[in-house]
Design a protein around this ligand. Structure first.
Ligand code: NDP
Length: 411
């Protein structure tokens, strides 16, 4: 049985993952939180103690300063802590070095976002083929378990696709993944997770999978309104997203699209920042001769996503509208989760975006520890059995609901 977890990163998602590992340390064993800024790791440990999250109080909970781009340091930390499971919730720039260290030490790897290179955005699909999938054969040969993109989206929504295919459909026509945050953080403008990564998702053309081919279009050009359970009618925009790059290959459907909810205020701020060049990932030189990356400056000026948590009110709703056929009859379902910002803060001192992304990798870690998901090869979430995962998530704070949708409601 695999034991002892190393968490990479100390942001909002890592905070949630660390709390949930602590609550399950009878199964997961020792926990080490390692990130660039040691004080942030120590803040998480304090939060765990404040909330009484450590299930077995004798269990080891420690922090380390680490540059996760440094494979050699990563390898020695994995060995020193005896970690057999690595939860990478640092920035997506570190995916390849963390994966490399896991392959070299033979321990299980997981992340919650597709790998990114600093100087490239919105890469050619399928994006996974440019980085992670190049190491699939090596993982299989070495028997290394690697679960890619196991946050909420990507992550749970991939499991929703597999669950729909397994239990509800003989044939799937379309899948629309819809992510809405109907919460309010009370700040003028902020992103809910790493601003740099968040903006990079939307500053170029968005890739989407339509009629079994990739289509590129400018961001925020197609929108619709959808009446969601609990959070009601919301405006959502067609965007590109990580999960499309694996679902297009692993799920037999004509179209898989991703929609995200944005307020008119958000779109306005985003458009001004983008059109003035402030979201560019390419360096510029100031009149004083200082080279800066505008996007990194914007990130430094915006609120730290983790700091939004105490005042956040409202709920998120993320789910998949799946259309197809079962037993010769047209079928449509919406499979989703609703998560409350304030309830998350009460439980683990994080907001719901961090919570929905931070709980799933810990559920996956438990399934790896139990052997249920110890795949001994590299997989995306839709390639493994969704049943134990969704069942465990329900117990860990992310319950799944399923509604039958009448065709008129989903038009
Ligand atoms: P944050 O920016 O709050 O945290 C990222 C953490 O990674 C920071 O603590 C940062 O350190 C650390 N880090 C960055 N580079 C390095 C490095 N080279 N070495 C060590 N540590 C490093 O982001 P979030 O917590 O909001 O998000 C974490 C991850 O989760 C991201 O990859 C994000 O894309 C993903 N995500 C996935 C979602 C999903 O549903 N699938 C949803 C939301 C997020 P420092 O504190 O020093 O800056």
């Amino acid at each position: 049985m695999k034991k002892n977890v190393l968490i990479i990163g100390a942001g909002g998602v890592a905070n949630v993952a660390a709390h949930k590992c602590a609550r399950n340390n009878d199964i997961l064993g020792d926990i080490c939180i390692a990130s660039r800024t040691l004080t942030k790791c120590d803040d998480i440990i304090e939060s765990i103690h404040r909330k009484g999250s450590l299930k077995q109080s004798a269990g080891r909970l420690q922090s380390r300063q680490l540059d996760a781009m440094d494979v050699v340091s990563l390898e020695s930390l994995i060995r020193e802590t005896g970690s057999q499971i690595v939860i990478n919730v640092g920035s997506p720039f570190v995916n390849m070095s963390v994966l490399q260290a896991c392959m070299r030490t033979g321990v299980a790897y997981m992340d919650t976002a597709i790998h990114e290179e600093q100087d490239k955005i919105c890469e050619q699909p399928p994006w996974y083929a440019n980085y992670e999938w190049k190491h699939r054969d090596q993982c299989r040969e070495k028997g290394v378990t690697a679960i890619l993109g196991v946050g909420f989206d990507p992550g749970v929504v991939n499991a929703y696709c597999a669950y729909a295919r397994k239990h509800y459909f003989d044939r799937i026509d379309t899948i629309d993944i819809m992510d809405v945050n109907a919460g309010d953080h009370g700040r003028y403008f902020a992103t809910n997770f790493d601003a740099e990564i968040n903006f990079r998702e939307f500053t170029e053309a968005v890739w989407t999978w339509v009629d079994r081919r990739w289509v590129a279009m400018p961001v925020h050009t197609e929108k619709r309104s959808y009446d969601f359970p609990v959070v009601g009618k919301q405006t959502i925009y067609l965007t590109g997203h990580d999960e499309l790059h694996s679902l297009s290959r692993n799920i037999d459907a004509n179209s898989v699209r991703f929609w995200m909810g944005f307020s008119a205020h958000y779109i306005n701020c985003f458009t001004v920042l983008k059109n003035t060049g402030l979201l560019s990932e390419q360096p510029v030189r100031t009149a004083e001769g200082v080279e800066i990356v505008p996007l990194k400056v914007v990130k430094a000026c915006l609120p730290d996503p983790a700091s939004l948590a105490p005042d956040y009110k409202g709920k998120t709703c993320i789910g998949n509208l799946v259309k197809g056929e079962k037993d010769g009859r047209r079928t449509e379902i919406f499979i989703y989760n609703v998560c409350d910002h304030h309830a998350c803060y009460e439980e683990v001192e994080s907001q719901a975006i961090s919570y929905t992304a931070g709980v799933p990798p810990v559920a996956a870690a438990i399934l790896i520890a139990r052997g249920t998901w110890d795949t001994k090869t590299m997989v995306n979430v839709e390639e493994v059995d969704p049943d134990p995962f969704l069942e465990l998530l329900g117990k860990m704070g992310l319950p799944t609901s399923i509604e039958n949708v009448s065709p008129s409601e989903s038009a």
